[in-house]
Design a protein around this ligand. Structure first.
Ligand code: SF4
Length: 282
């Protein structure tokens, strides 16, 4: 069948840097001697490859032997966790993306400037969990319905957003906040342009195809957002991790398929998938 691929897709610079740091740490310290605090990125194919190369994964700092080397993933970590790691004499390799660091710093600065900090994001996402602790009493919300429930009346609000959110989603919430009589609203733009460009390319591709495939980790926020945007264009959309989840019925009666991939999806996953689709007779 005919297959078109999004012009902008796949690995972003933050993910590439995190993987390079993990591989470099394994070369320096040897297999079995580097511990990642959670998956380095939200992609099982990449994480399994790193595990096969000897990267250990742990979610519990207390169980890591003092003196070990730990890797902070691209989503970053809270100051509390970093402090605890120092106290336990752990060597830290910090793969936090520079854009996530910018969001963390923005939260700290807004608080120092006297704003009540608001994060527009998913409270369960590790990036948001990490940045929460950069100021006290940070409010997290992700839907316009939460504005009146969560935000203190007439406060001076300092707003940042989860880096992987779409400008449309964040803009909708900020637009609603602006309709209320808050004393002041200061917004720091923490959105990642790498993500925005992938979103724009996916939406553009939706206009040319009759089925869309979004490849990437099922827990990857930016991949989920890509799939959500494609569905909004009224194109049947499948969010798959890789070729193994493909079923022929997904393209029954379809002529042109579009394929894109989240910022944590390696190019080989996309290439394998595209080759498979192209081999299906029209
Ligand atoms: S998607 Fe953006 S914020 Fe996230 S790791 Fe990549 S470059 Fe950094």
């Amino acid at each position: 069948m005919e297959v078109r691929v999004a012009e902008k897709r796949g690995f972003c610079f933050g993910v590439e840097a995190a993987i390079e740091l993990a591989e470099g740490a394994l070369r320096e310290h040897g297999p079995g001697n580097v511990i990642s605090l959670g998956p380095v990125i939200h992609n099982r194919d990449v994480v399994s490859k790193l595990e096969r190369a000897g990267l250990i994964q742990s979610g519990d700092l207390d169980r890591i032997k003092p003196g070990s080397t730990i890797l902070i993933r691209s989503h970053g970590a809270s100051p509390r966790l970093l402090e605890k790691a120092h106290q336990r004499n752990l060597k830290i390799i910090d793969a936090t993306c520079i854009l996530v660091k910018k969001a963390q710093e923005a939260v700290r600065t807004l608080h120092e400037e006297g704003y009540r900090v608001v994060v527009i994001g998913n409270v369960d996402h590790p990036e948001v969990q990490g940045i929460l602790d950069y100021a006290p009493n940070v409010i997290v919300l992700d839907h316009v319905d939460e504005i009146d429930l969560r935000l203190p009346e007439r406060a001076r609000l300092g707003i940042v957003a989860q880096t992987t959110h779409s400008p449309e989603h964040v803009g909708e919430i900020i637009g609603e906040i602006a309709k209320r009589p808050f004393q002041e609203i200061k917004i720091v733009n923490t959105l990642c342009l790498e993500v925005v460009r992938r979103q724009q390319a996916a939406v553009a591709l939706c206009a040319q195809v009759d089925v869309m495939f979004v490849l990437g980790g099922l827990h990857s926020a930016n991949t989920q957002e890509l799939a959500r945007l494609c569905r909004e264009q009224n194109v049947p959309t499948y969010h798959l991790e890789n070729k193994s989840q493909f079923e022929a019925s997904m393209v029954t009666g379809r002529k042109v398929a579009g394929v894109t991939a989240g910022a944590s999806t390696p190019e080989w996953v996309l290439t394998e998938f595209v080759e498979h689709l192209r081999s299906i007779p029209e």
